[in-house]
Structure formats: structure tokens, C-alpha cells
Design a protein around this ligand. Structure first.
Ligand SMILES: CC(C)(COP(=O)(O)OP(=O)(O)OC[C@H]1O[C@@H](n2cnc3c(N)ncnc32)[C@H](O)[C@@H]1OP(=O)(O)O)[C@@H](O)C(=O)NCCC(=O)NCCS
Length: 155
């Protein structure tokens, strides 16, 4: 397996994986996420591709893209409450359903950590939906810790 940055001709396959993430979100939070994966969502990969602050990392195994991550450089300037924050955000993350529990996501995270260190980042951040306990179990196994929570109450 090879972990590397994506090439433009791989965006359609990456969209297959983005649909898998969307399906997980639709099933877990149907009042929030729209079902299907229409043209607007598909085209959004081009916005990511053309944004100099974002990049796409892929896992390739036997000529197939079996996992990907979208990396996003975030800078939040200082404000009266907070110091400046500058970090690498993992915006989207998925391993193809037929390749899970084989260490693909772990390899992606190791690549991202090395890249982030080389680029001078001190911190990697991501957010996830609470229902997604599989993702939580992975992120915790990979060494991420919860530092903030969103809470809700249906009334
Ligand atoms: C979460 C996800 C990325 C994990 O990918 P993966 O390649 O299967 O993860 P790895 O094989 O590297 O797992 C490493 C370790 O994480 C933990 N882990 C991973 N998936 C797990 C699961 N479903 N349940 C419990 N622990 C899990 C285990 O400790 C695992 O080690 P082990 O297999 O030796 O027990 C994958 O399940 C996925 O793409 N899910 C759907 C999309 C998604 O939810 N993306 C995140 C959106 S925020």
C-alpha cells in the first residue's frame, strides 16, 4: 500500500468514498444530512482540489484508491477571547468498506502526522458526529483526544 497526495484523475474514485461517508452520516443523523450524493456534492471535490489551503491524501493498494483524507490548513486570528490558532484540520476521512480493519486509516494518519510535522504544524484537529462510534474508536486508537463537545436537546 502506498500513501501519497492524490492526482486529478483520481477525483471520481475519491467521490465514491465521499459517498460512503455521506451514507454513514445520512443513516446516523437523517434529520441533518441529505440522502443521495448529487452533482453539487460531487462537484465540491473540485472546490477542494482548487483550494491552495486544502489537499487530498490517498491510500493506493493494487492500483485502487482504498482510502482518502482531505487536509485543510486553518488559521484563526487572535480575538479578545482567544490566541491565534493555526492547525491542520482533517476535513473528510474514509476507508473503502471492503478494506477496513487492515490498517489503511492508521497508515493515512501516520502519513498526515509526518507531513504536518514537516510543514511546521504543532496540532492536527478533526471533528466527528457522536453517533459514529466506529470512527471514534478509530480516532482514539490513533491517539486523538476529545477537547470540545457540541451538545443538543430535542424539544
Ligand atoms: C473509521 C475508519 C476510517 C477506520 O478505518 P480502518 O482502515 O478500518 O482503521 P484501521 O484498520 O487503521 O484501525 C486501526 C484501529 O482502530 C480501531 N478501530 C478501527 N475501526 C474500528 C471499529 N469499527 N470499531 C472499533 N475499533 C475500530 C481498532 O483499534 C483498530 O485496530 P485493530 O483492527 O487492530 O483492532 C473506517 O471505518 C471508515 O472509513 N468509516 C466510514 C467513514 C467514516 O466514518 N469516516 C469518518 C468520518 S468523521
Amino acid at each position: 500500500m502506498t500513501i501519497r497526495f492524490a492526482e486529478e484523475n483520481e477525483l471520481d474514485r475519491i467521490n465514491d468514498l465521499r459517498k460512503q461517508v455521506n451514507d454513514v452520516h445520512v443513516e446516523g443523523k437523517p434529520e441533518v444530512f441529505k440522502p443521495g450524493f448529487g452533482e453539487e456534492l460531487k462537484d465540491f471535490i473540485k472546490v477542494i482540489w482548487n483550494d491552495p489551503e486544502q489537499s487530498i491524501v490517498v491510500a493506493e493498494s493494487e492500483g485502487d484508491i482504498c482510502g482518502f483524507a482531505v487536509l485543510h490548513h486553518i488559521n484563526k486570528p487572535e480575538n479578545p477571547f482567544m490566541y491565534e490558532r493555526d492547525f491542520l484540520d482533517i476535513d473528510e476521512f474514509c476507508v473503502d468498506k471492503d478494506h477496513r480493519r487492515q490498517g489503511v486509516a492508521s497508515a493515512l494518519i501516520e502519513f498526515i502526522k509526518t507531513y504536518a510535522k514537516d510543514q511546521g504544524y504543532k496540532r492536527i484537529e478533526l471533528n466527528m458526529w457522536e453517533f459514529n462510534q466506529d470512527a471514534l474508536a478509530f480516532y482514539e486508537a490513533a491517539g486523538f483526544e476529545t477537547f470540545r463537545r457540541y451538545m443538543e436537546m430535542f424539544i
